[in-house]
Design a protein around this ligand. Sequence first.
Ligand code: MN
Length: 697
Amino acid sequence: MQNLKLSTKNFIILIAVAYLFSILVRTIWVYQFHDIDAFKWNNQLMINTNDGYGYAEGARDILAGGHQKGDGSFVDSPLSIVTALLVKILPFSFETIILWMPTFFGSLLVIPIMLIARVLNMEYAGFIGALLGGIAWSYYNRTMTGYYDTDMLNIVLPTFTLWATIYAILKKRNRYILLVAFFMVLSNWWYFQSYSLNLSMAGILLLYTLIFDREDMFNYKVLIFMLISLSQIDLYIKVPLILALFGFFHTKSDLDRRVIFSILALSILIIFATGGLDPIISRINGYLFRNSSDTIANEGLHYFSVVKTVREAGAIPFELFANRISGHPITFILSIIGYLLLIFKNRIFLLSLPLVGLGFIALWGGLRFTVYAVPILALSIGYLIVYISNYFKEKKAKWAFIAIATTAIITPNIIHIEKYRVPTVFTKQTVAVLDKLKHIASREDFVLAWWDYGYPIRYYADVKTFIDGARHSGSVNYPVSFALLHNQKASANIARLYAEYKERSLRDKNFTGTLLEQGMREYGKKSVNEFIASLNGDIKLPQKTRDVYFYLPFKMMNILPTIDLFSNLNPETGKNYSSPLFIRAGLIKRDSRSFYLSNGIQITGSNIRRGNSILPIEQFIVTEYDNRGKLHTRTKHLHIGSGIYVIYMKSYNQFLILDRRLFHSTYIQLFVLENYDPKLFEPTILTPFAKVFKLKV
Ligand code: MN
């Protein structure tokens, strides 16, 4: 059965079945959420990945024909370009297209899996691999419906490249070289970060050729095209160059090997001249050898390093690793056996090592890498299942075994998918706030918010933001963290400076440095802490050129301590100041004497109790919305000078316990208490989910 070649028609039917299966599985999430109104906007489910809003903004701006200078819009990103194109030609809404693109693009993975299997005469194994690979745990997570990100093709394109390479090397026909070049150029264009992977695919081909096929000039030709496809030269030069070189090779079939080696040497030179290994080295540095200190020095000043707070960049345990690649540790181990067997029987399959190897980097580099191993190991277990089935003499038993084994490897993934109920990034109520803001703010105005909200704010409100999913280093986060968590005066000052300095640096190339450096320079301060201290008082602010809005969502309270890390430090040394008191807990029970909180804390009279320890409360504040949505607050002054504040947010059924600094911070004062200084802020939109204030200075 292994060597039985399927007819083209039957082969295409198998691909179609696998593709449909992969799409159908991706409708489970839609079915689970389709009637939850809070997850919908414009009558469509919203996307479930933050970065997706960056690409959505880019696509929107392409369709609108322009964007604002320095707004960070992804108008040049391939995903945004393809999205804009699809919105133009398809009869569906923008929201529908971005929701479903990952479903239809991500499921394409079944095609190269099946194609590789066909070259190796194992189409049934390929079908099993396609069923599994299309929906395997981590691959599903990154290509599920609503996961609108480049991931939808990040694995598909390199797997196509692998197929084209294997195909070309086995068939030794010139025309297939163009396929290799086509997929490599496409993959490099779509997602530049796959450069390292693509380059190692060229590297493994070189090794393979040197070890097994040294005399074969054809392999070196393939290599030349791989390298040129990868070089960082403009597409308008690269594509004609590839075509010209192809024409040259095609017409001169018996070239002297010295000519081929010279061209190969030249293409290696081009790679080194146009970037070479730099992208690889910087990636390794970023992910594997993470800076072990908390802060990163930036021209003398020290900021908090954001890598510390990115969860996915960390080592993961074996079971999670295996689950993410195959759905189950047993499946994973069997896949590895199948993989070794497959390589043993088909040496050419060694070319898949970079994909599998990159998947294994997850063990050290974090879970984002597991997806790369998915297609190859899925194909490998398909191979093992069919291989074992050949030991069954009876045809019925053989097919029964294949059906049972296939179901067994797919089931854990389906169970995972059923349970993986990722919510949308935003809810209808918060989007409504941003949509309202869009009609109030101009496109050149700034909205100050934590970087997590950058892209969605720009997409829904069509404004500028200071930081976002791509711009969130310690130094650019500092002013935003500072503005959210310092007193209103300092907050207003730094927000105005940030907006005007940022715009000025767009126009004036000499106006460089981080905000703190710019501020020290402009105000003639010798030390950074002197400048920071001056923000607490009246300073002469630059001419106001645009409005600045503070976007303060309730949800931000979850990450308040993390946000604080970025500005609660001494930029001269990089040392964090002592961590603030910030406790948030739900109310479980109350009786006539006490409030009982979800974290075991008890509020009794004027004290906080936990176990035997007692802390006196300075102020006890109750906040509550009336039925018209207006906030009312009642304050009880208790132990003057204790420095501990308790806020009972009745409408949210939650308690906050804070120290003096956080209590007086702009976020708490404006969002939780609506206690704004009317000289500095004015309320623009007030809802229990998110509030927007306009800066008045
Ligand atoms: Mn814009």
